[in-house]
Write a protein that binds this ligand. Sequence first.
Ligand SMILES: Cc1cc2nc3c(=O)[nH]c(=O)nc-3n(C[C@H](O)[C@H](O)[C@H](O)COP(=O)(O)OP(=O)(O)OC[C@H]3O[C@@H](n4cnc5c(N)ncnc54)[C@H](O)[C@@H]3O)c2cc1C
Length: 362
Amino acid sequence: MRVIVIGGGLAGLTCAARLAEHRELTVIESRDRLGGQILTELSDGFVIERGAEGFVFRSEAVPRLAANQGMPDELIGQSVMRSYGFDGQTLRELAPGEAATFLGFQVPKDDLGKGIRSLRRGMGSLIWALRGNLDGRVRVRTSTAAQRVEPTDDGARVLLPDGRSLDADAVVVATNARGAAALLTDACGAPAAALDSAPTLSSVTVELAFERAAIEHALDGTGFVVALDAQRDGLRACTFTSAKFIDRAPPRKVSVRLFFRPKAEELQGPDALDDDAWCARALAGLRRVIPVRGMPLRSWVSRWPDALPVFNDAHRAAVAALEATLADTPILLAGSAFHGSGIDAAVRSGDQAAQRLLDASG
Ligand SMILES: Cc1cc2nc3c(=O)[nH]c(=O)nc-3n(C[C@H](O)[C@H](O)[C@H](O)COP(=O)(O)OP(=O)(O)OC[C@H]3O[C@@H](n4cnc5c(N)ncnc54)[C@H](O)[C@@H]3O)c2cc1C
């Protein structure tokens, strides 16, 4: 049985890892790298998360995946649990869970205040392990944006940008919602087109590295959130990265990560901000809350336009309608754009897609 997985993010790779032993597999990814919203950079002793930094504490799926990929001992918890809030004047300690609810995270009540878990060398190490274990068993085509997916008499066909096509017995669409709309509208019509207007949020994060002595704060917490009416320039929160998890910065250095909710025009068009402008905003935002001497040693700016799905009723209904339309085809949706936001949901969704294909073919 031949399976094509479109989208080499965590959901697509989880699905591929489950199927690799049993199926002839191709993974198609439009970017020049795998991992999607997971991207870790290791540089001079710093572990820099450009995308996701961890997963919900209660997750069973992510530790199981890590163990299956040969990295059971790499899981780490937070080194600290205390969080701070900034109201425009002072920094105060928050009650457990207050930071997440304040930021409007879609976190189930039971998860609040428990913190998150991560991997010693960053979330990217899970992608590197998956990639390594798929090598030689699965055909991986990066820098290839699939154009269209359509059911055929005996399976499904994927159209490639060079005009060629690939036939398979089944196709897993593990892209974002707009990607799925573009791939499936010709075949499915309105139910797929509806996903083109799926609500999303954008994010920009700026990681700044300093000499420890440059920051006049104990850095004895996970970071701070900024009260809604005190937010400036879209700065919502700051993680004290090197305090939150072990081994994130070399000795006597620290790193902090500032989270912005950018306006559309700050990401694209003539008024888009360059890296220097984002760093200046990040430094000004940090200095508003904590005394900082001198300039950062280094900085990393990461832009994520329209990356975060918003699971309102309309989006859930659109996903359900598209899945109902696809029910009689061997085309499946997988990933956090469809089945709940976050790392844990992406892994469970990729796993479930693989299980459905295994069950269907016995
Ligand atoms: C800044 C940031 C911080 C985050 N922090 C956390 C966190 O701490 N904890 C947490 O749980 N979650 C976090 N998340 C969310 C989490 O990273 C995602 O939910 C998860 O990684 C999504 O995985 P996925 O495989 O479903 O989708 P993606 O990672 O989006 O993968 C989809 C892939 O499909 C590819 N693609 C799209 N269209 C095509 C096409 N036509 N052809 C081929 N390929 C295509 C894309 O390039 C992409 O690689 C964060 C996200 C961001 C942006």
